[in-house]
Design a protein around this ligand. Structure first.
Ligand code: ZN
Length: 186
């Protein structure tokens, strides 16, 4: 497995529509492994293909030790009740904001074996699924912020993004070490 470079805000790939996956090839299986590895190293709970520069309709999620591979995920039901909660994004480090999301969603997707399945998400899993599916259609959480909050986030990001030449975030050795240490503990 290998760590992938994470694309950050400013990279046009984050705004692109993804392509439906029709077959889970061995190459895509390896990509899924690398995406999990990268997500854990970055201490994320979800990662979508455009965030590592790919345009397959694919996200991986791990909330409450529920590890999900989602090819072509679609929200087929969403609770009208909405909950506000703070979000961040591995592609917009150090920027956080409150976003209203459906409290519960039912998602249909294809798993690593190419089989269709449904998963119900509540609370954090619901939020995470909606955030990751948004990524697959070029949407980012900052799009939901009020004009005022978005301006504040944008001006903070103007400074933060200088850390990421070429809009690329390479995980540091210490981040990776922390991840391996945590692995040993579990
Ligand atoms: Zn994100």
């Amino acid at each position: 497995m290998s760590l992938l470079e994470i694309r950050v805000l400013g990279d046009p790939v984050l705004r692109q529509e993804t392509n439906v996956v029709t077959e889970v090839t061995p190459e895509l299986r390896r990509l899924v492994d690398d995406m999990f590895e990268t997500m854990y190293a970055a201490k994320g709970i979800g990662l979508a293909a455009p965030q590592i520069g790919r345009l397959e309709r694919l996200s991986v999620v791990d909330v409450d030790e529920q590890r999900l591979v989602l090819f072509n995920p679609e929200i087929i039901e969403s609770d009208p009740k909405r909950i506000k909660g703070e979000e961040g994004c591995l592609s917009i480090p150090e920027i956080y904001g409150d976003v209203e999301r459906s409290a519960r969603v039912l998602v249909r997707a294809m798993d690593i074996d190419g089989k269709a399945y449904e998963v119900e998400g509540r609370d954090l899993l619901s939020r995470c699924l909606q955030h990751e599916i948004d990524h697959l259609h070029g949407r980012l959480f900052i799009d939901y912020l009020s004009a005022l909050k978005r301006r504040a986030a944008t001006s903070k990001w103007a400074k933060e993004k200088e850390k990421y030449p070429g809009n690329i975030r390479r995980l540091t050795a210490s981040e990776v070490a922390a991840h391996h240490h945590r692995d040993e503990e579990l």
